[in-house]
Design a protein around this ligand. Structure first.
Ligand code: AMP
Length: 196
């Protein structure tokens, strides 16, 4: 089983690259951002709870996010593995993910981080906001807050897996296919180290 964490700041291209990784490695893609948007679109209690946090560019509380993630993983008992996109975003989420995978007799194979500088990210997100219809993609103050939250709360997750020897950073600037080549090479290398 290959379990990948696709890591990086908002707008670093995780969603785009996840689509290509799914096709190549036949993994189940779980994007907590997409799950929240689905719940908000259907105006469910979970969606209503998440909405105020997302609108401000803050993280949805761990208790809500971890429960939702667990449900999604458990909905795919026959998966060959998962791509976690936008999760874990806190150390508590990382610990919960490790515990959940351990229960299933597996573990995180690799965390691969896409590196893109702040100014490029802001431009990319604003451009995406023109068509995504996402309020959190359209306001520069909210975008900057999302980047600050990433630095303060999420980037320690990179170090958490680095101490286990499974974090890897790659250059997230360039063409989509070029970045995918770098990403696949990193995944193949990490999977061979993990002997999966
Ligand atoms: P994303 O599409 O991954 O950029 O997520 C959009 C927004 O959803 C984030 O800015 C957060 O408000 C919320 N969100 C997504 N994933 C998580 C997570 N793992 N933990 C907390 N909040 C999250």
């Amino acid at each position: 089983m290959i379990n990948l964490i696709l890591f990086g700041p908002p707008g670093s291209g995780k969603g785009t690259q996840a689509q290509k990784l799914i096709a190549k490695y036949k993994l189940v893609h779980i994007s907590t951002g997409d799950l929240f948007r689905y719940e908000m679109g259907n105006d469910t209690p979970l969606g209503r709870e998440a909405k105020a946090f997302i609108a401000k560019g803050e993280l949805v509380p761990d208790s809500v996010t971890i429960g939702m993630l667990r449900n999604k993983v458990e909905a795919h008992p026959d998966a060959h593995g998962f791509i976690f996109d936008g999760f874990p975003r806190t150390i508590a989420q990382a610990e919960a993910l490790d515990a959940l995978l351990e229960e299933k007799g597996t573990s995180v194979t690799a965390l691969v981080a896409l590196q893109v500088d702040d100014e490029e990210i802001i431009e990319r997100i604003k451009l995406r906001g023109e068509t995504s219809g996402r309020a959190d993609d359209s306001d520069e103050t909210i975008i900057r807050n999302r980047i600050a939250v990433y630095k303060n709360e999420t980037s320690p997750v990179y170090d958490f897996y680095a101490t286990k020897g499974i974090s890897q950073s790659i250059d997230g600037i360039g063409g989509i296919d070029e970045i995918f080549e770098r990403l696949s090479a990193a995944v193949d290398r990490m999977a061979s180290i993990a002997k999966v």
